[in-house]
Design a protein around this ligand. Structure first.
Ligand code: SF4
Length: 371
């Protein structure tokens, strides 16, 4: 844990703790030697900056430490892995459809998935819906532990909601927090446990909700990934990465596993606006509607998979309409789209919740040259 001992005087550039994480071999840039952070000064500086410049966001309705729990909860689930500007559009659409937790609890799952369209990670929407039904029955949880017990709520969301809506002293730990703390301490390889320990130590127990919002805002607007604006940063005088002269080098880039390559054959029966759709199953896209599709089995050709798909429906295969690629979290999908004919019921595409992959396939089919 970072010491709370105050610094006697001055604000010399800071040196940060050696990593205790021992997370694999050290890579450049190096950790920088130890010195404790002056918590009262540092907290006061960041909170004063936040009080002046904190973002006005729709889910920040309500007083500091007493935010609307439903809005905070929906935002934290919906904005994971999403830029705030884009996430705000999705958030507004979702809150318009379901302005209260009761409205969300009462809605059919298809309507929830439709309002979630484009946000990806549809398991989150299904869990949010189940949890809303629980909250509508039992009331909002009154503590971090109560939030953590809800479906789909992990430590990050529980910390965010309990600090922002209940003023409970719980520190959030997300990508923004990780980056800010890694730079503050010049830690190249911060593990989740390392980040959580430092976030817990820095959290201002008098204003936990504001503190969490402040760190998130700093990471989103000043201590940005590629080009941190250190000149505008309230933590600059204590920041070891700034003192190093290469703040953007911290933390070191993560080595990501290569995405799995998946090839899929899909058929368009009907038109891009009125087509045969099937309900998807599985964790990734379960509950969504989509064009009839089959992934290529090992050793299969596209033609083999198309024949298998058409035999299943049944349908008669038609012209090749095009090919597209789509990146998902751990997969890169190549989709081959064919026309097909069948005596099967058509659905209005606009009425259904579709994945981004299916939306791209329909957009491909709607290109003028293909009509
Ligand atoms: S001084 Fe620069 S690197 Fe350090 S926390 Fe502030 S913006 Fe980030």
């Amino acid at each position: 844990m970072v010491s709370a001992a105050p610094v006697a005087s001055g604000r010399a550039p800071y040196t940060a703790p050696v990593s205790p994480s021992a997370a694999g071999p050290s890579v450049a840039p190096p950790s920088v030697p130890v010195s404790p952070l002056p918590l009262p000064e540092l907290r006061a500086a960041l909170l004063a900056w936040f009080d002046r410049t904190g973002r006005s966001l729709p889910w920040r309705a309500g007083a500091e430490g007493a935010r609307d729990p439903y809005r905070v909860w929906v935002a934290e689930i919906l904005l994971q892995q999403t830029q705030v500007a884009r996430g705000q559009i999705y958030y507004d659409r979702f809150l318009t459809a379901f302005p209260t937790v009761q409205a969300l609890a009462d809605a059919p799952q298809e309507a929830v998935l439709k309002a979630w369209e484009g946000c990806g990670y549809y398991a989150r929407a299904r869990n949010l819906h189940r949890a809303a039904q629980q909250v509508a029955q039992d009331g909002f949880p009154g503590s971090y532990d109560g939030w953590l017990a809800l479906p789909g709520v992990g430590p990050y969301t529980a910390a965010a909601v309990s600090s922002l809506a209940l003023n409970e002293a719980r520190a959030v730990n997300d990508g923004n927090v990780r980056r800010v703390l890694a730079r503050l301490h010049a830690e190249p390889q911060p593990t989740p446990a390392w980040v959580q320990a430092r976030a817990d130590a820095l959290l201002d127990p008098a204003r936990p909700g504001a503190w969490n919002e402040a760190v998130m805002d700093l990471g989103a607007t000043v201590c940005t990934p590629a080009a941190p604006r250190c000149d505008a940063c309230p933590l600059r005088v204590w920041c070891a990465a700034f003192a190093s002269g290469t703040p953007a080098a911290y933390p070191a880039p993560k080595v990501r596993a290569a995405a799995q390559e998946v090839t899929v054959v899909a058929v368009l029966i009907g038109t891009p606006h009125r087509a045969v759709l099937e309900r998807r199953s599985g964790a990734l896209l379960g509950g969504l509607m989509g064009l009839p599709a089959e992934p290529l089995a090992a050793g299969e050709t596209v033609q083999d998979a198309l024949t298998r798909l058409c035999a299943r429906l049944p349908a008669r295969p038609g012209a090749f309409l095009g090919r597209l690629t789509h990146a998902m979290t751990h997969r890169r999908v190549t989709l081959h789209l064919h026309a097909a004919q069948a005596d099967l019921p058509l659905r209005m595409v606009a009425d259904e919740a579709l994945s981004r992959l299916d939306q791209k396939a329909l957009a491909l089919a709607a290109q003028p040259a293909l009509l």
